[in-house]
Write a protein that binds this ligand. Structure first.
Ligand code: ATP
Length: 248
């Protein structure tokens, strides 16, 4: 892929519980300003790859046992998830993970916890999030747990934006959403990429939508990258069509 990488994952191996080898040497790069899709079936290792990058494996008894990960040219394997957020790389977890008992706006504000700039800047960014997600402005005082699945996904992405990220790792943004809402979420991803320069690594089971919005894709099978290429080439690839796009 052309362009300077913002993220480079080099041949990582991940083991759960000291014995379960789940990633068997995964390498991928995300160029600055890119939208890269990490594709594969349920259980292929997509979430594990994202959690390895953002250092969220420990609580699941997982560990990166080989390889290296670089963000903006610096090694990050030893950095905590919070340190990484401060550097500008944040993960939005699968299943959305809003605080159900807090309002939408309180959820968004929790995303600013690593910031040291003033209230005025944070307020400006809150307005920016509401401009990208007008539905959230309408729902700002609702308890997040009572909002729709799409609104919770938007809240989770909006919360990540409040940390002023350079890069967002997004796990299954389309999961559980009706097709039109999936489209809405991906349109916002594209806008954030174009207007705010945010780079994205998207883990997706929905190959078809991911390859329409991404510039490049990697396909993961049983913990190994088995294919990668420009999204437009993958869309036309016979194997991808047969196994991932559901057309023979
Ligand atoms: P999904 O779409 O279901 O999240 P995925 O491609 O993201 O799938 P992972 O969640 O990364 O896949 O899981 C990859 C493999 O690792 C699966 O076989 C899974 O059972 C295993 N795995 C995941 N988490 C753990 C864990 N905490 N302990 C042991 N094995 C795990």
């Amino acid at each position: 892929q052309a362009g300077k990488p913002i993220l480079a994952v080099n041949n990582i191996e991940v083991i759960y519980d000291h014995v379960i080898l789940v990633l068997k040497g995964v390498s991928l790069t995300v160029p600055e300003g890119g939208i890269v899709a990490l594709l594969g079936a349920n259980g292929a290792g997509k979430s594990t790859t994202l959690k390895a990058i953002s250092n969220l494996l420990r609580s699941e008894r997982g560990e990166v046992t080989k390889g290296s990960i670089e963000f903006e040219g610096a090694r990050i394997e030893a950095q905590t998830a919070n340190e990484l957020v401060r550097r500008g790389c944040i993960q939005v977890m699968e299943g959305r993970h809003c605080f159900g008992h807090l309002t939408v706006e309180e959820n968004l504000m929790t995303g600013a916890f690593t910031r040291r700039d003033g209230k005025a800047a944070i307020k400006r960014d809150l307005d920016m999030v509401y401009d990208y997600f007008p539905r959230l402005r309408e729902r700002r005082s609702s308890q997040a747990g009572y909002t729709s699945g799409g609104e919770q996904q938007m809240t989770a992405i909006g919360r990540a934006l409040m940390s002023r990220p350079k890069m967002i790792l997004l796990d299954e943004p389309s999961m559980g959403l009706a097709p039109q809402l999936q489209e809405e979420i991906f349109e916002i991803i594209r806008k954030l990429n174009e207007e705010q320069g945010v780079s994205f690594l998207l883990a997706e089971q929905n190959t078809s939508i991911a390859l329409r919005y991404a510039t490049y894709g990697y396909i993961l099978e049983s913990g190994r990258i088995v294919m990668d290429g420009a999204a437009s080439d993958l869309r036309e690839n016979a194997d991808v069509k047969e196994f991932y796009l559901g057309v023979g």
